[in-house]
Ligand binder design. Structure first.
Ligand SMILES: [Zn+2]
Length: 445
């Protein structure tokens, strides 16, 4: 029998210090600090001053394997996830080959199990090869061993309204969701950054807000028409927030996510011409950042997802126009969220748990009791799976790419000092991270 006692943690959403007891993969006890029954042989963690969150669930991660193992592997990406406090990640489909068949999603799922750092839930492509021409084998992926519930052509928009409609109709049969990368391809041809004052000064081709907003508006109407769920990836503009807010007020079946980097960085960063700031959707304006923060606070935006997008050095160590789009994020997300939302008073830790664990698990259907101990996002009540993230809100640390687990050096926060650090992660009651250090699978108990 394996038992861990986390002594004196403040469980997200509550103010009291408590002892959390984890036995054989399940939360077996919660008691006021110092009052828990500690069985013989139990190991303890001094969690005084730490916040205990339910294990974080990322709805949007790029693990790059198969095919781009020079950028990241399932092993390195999930090590980064464990270091960042994540116990489950959804692996995006733009691999090589594309995850558009049962065979590929089962391969990704199996690689995740073998690595053992967190649960890996493959996302299936909506269209064959992400090409936007024909629907992929959605049903075969849903009934495969990977049990895919989230489908996305992320990196590309499902621009054809007829294909989008068919995809929504198809996933309804197994309560799946289509996660749309909202980007009108015609309105963003050649785009290099946000269209606005800064792009005009720099002379870079602009990516206008309306290219995102028009697709979101169309998709929420399509989802309502079909009676199916649509999820909007990485919302980046104030106008998108308004559309999602209006859709929710009308009771339409839409959910939305925002990335940590869109909550703190603006297109002013692009004046440096440093390709680390090149990302899709692009960094927007301070007005957009303000609207996104408000939308997370009022629940219009359900989820904070990393869009962790590692690239090999040569893809970023070049001139702006030639650089790949994307930033890493698994190891900095919770600290950035603390800086942007918690330390500013916009969000309490209970709401952080809702946006970074419960909602992404619900949207990805990882909260399904039928999944047993693989269920996530269900909170830290007695009897629930013991996925726990311990975070030290008083810590301060400077981001150094060389010290991170991801193979990607493309973090926009390098050299920055961030508040709050993940110190331990428990997956099914066993530590994947302890005292800030990863714990190899064969050293866990
Ligand atoms: Zn992405």
């Amino acid at each position: 029998m394996s038992t861990w006692v986390l002594r004196g943690a403040r469980v997200a959403g509550s103010d009291a210090a408590e002892d959390l007891v984890l036995t054989d993969g399940v939360v077996s006890g919660r008691a006021p600090a110092g009052a828990a029954d500690v069985p013989a042989g139990a190991r303890t963690v001094d969690a005084d001053g730490l916040v205990a969150l339910p294990g974080l669930v990322d709805l949007h991660t790029h693990l790059r394997e198969p095919g781009r193992e020079d950028a990241e592997t399932v092993e390195t990406g999930t090590r980064a996830a464990a270091a960042g406090g994540w116990t489950a990640v959804h692996a995006m489909a733009n691999t090589s080959p594309v995850a558009d068949t049962a065979g590929v999603v089962e391969q990704v799922h199996r690689l995740g199990v073998e690595a053992g750092w967190c649960d890996v839930r493959p996302v299936g492509a909506v269209t064959v090869g992400l090409e936007g021409r024909r629907l992929a084998e959605l049903g075969a992926m849903a009934t495969s061993a990977a049990r895919v519930r989230v489908f996305s052509d992320d990196g590309h928009c499902v621009a054809d309204p007829v294909l989008m409609r068919r995809a929504l109709e198809y996933v309804r049969a197994f309560d799946g969701v289509v996660a749309q990368h909202a980007q009108d391809p015609r309105l963003t041809e050649g785009a290099q950054m946000n269209e606005g004052e800064v792009s005009a000064v720099l002379g870079l081709a602009g990516w206008p807000s309306v290219a995102e907003e028009a697709v979101i508006a169309r998709d929420v109407l399509l989802a309502a028409h079909v009676g199916s769920r649509v999820h909007v990836c990485h919302v980046s503009t104030a106008g998108s927030v308004e559309i999602v807010r209006l859709a929710k007020q009308r009771g339409l079946p839409v959910t939305a996510e925002v990335t940590p980097h869109h909550l703190v960085l603006t297109d002013e960063e692009v004046r440096s011409y440093d390709p680390v700031y090149k990302v899709n959707p692009p960094l927007r304006t301070a007005r957009d950042v303000h609207a996104l923060r408000e939308a997370v606070a009022d629940g219009t935006i359900d989820v904070i997802a990393t869009d962790h997008a590692p690239h090999p050095t040569e893809a970023k160590d070049c001139e702006w126009a030639a650089a790949a789009m994307g930033m890493t994020g698994l190891e900095t997300a919770l600290a950035v969220v603390q800086e942007a939302l918690v330390d500013t008073g916009l969000l309490g830790w209970g709401e952080v748990a809702a946006r970074m664990s419960a909602a992404p698990a619900r949207i990805g259907r990882l909260d399904d009791a039928a999944l047993g101990l693989h269920a996530h996002g269900r909170g830290l009540a007695v009897g629930e799976p013991a996925h726990v993230t311990l975070h030290d809100p008083a810590a301060r640390w400077t981001v150094e790419p060389a010290a991170q687990q991801t193979m990607g050096w493309n973090t926009p926060f390098r050299g920055r000092t961030l508040p709050g650090r993940v110190v331990a992660t428990f997956l099914r009651g066993a530590p994947t991270l302890l005292d800030g250090r990863l714990v190899d699978p064969d050293a866990r108990a």
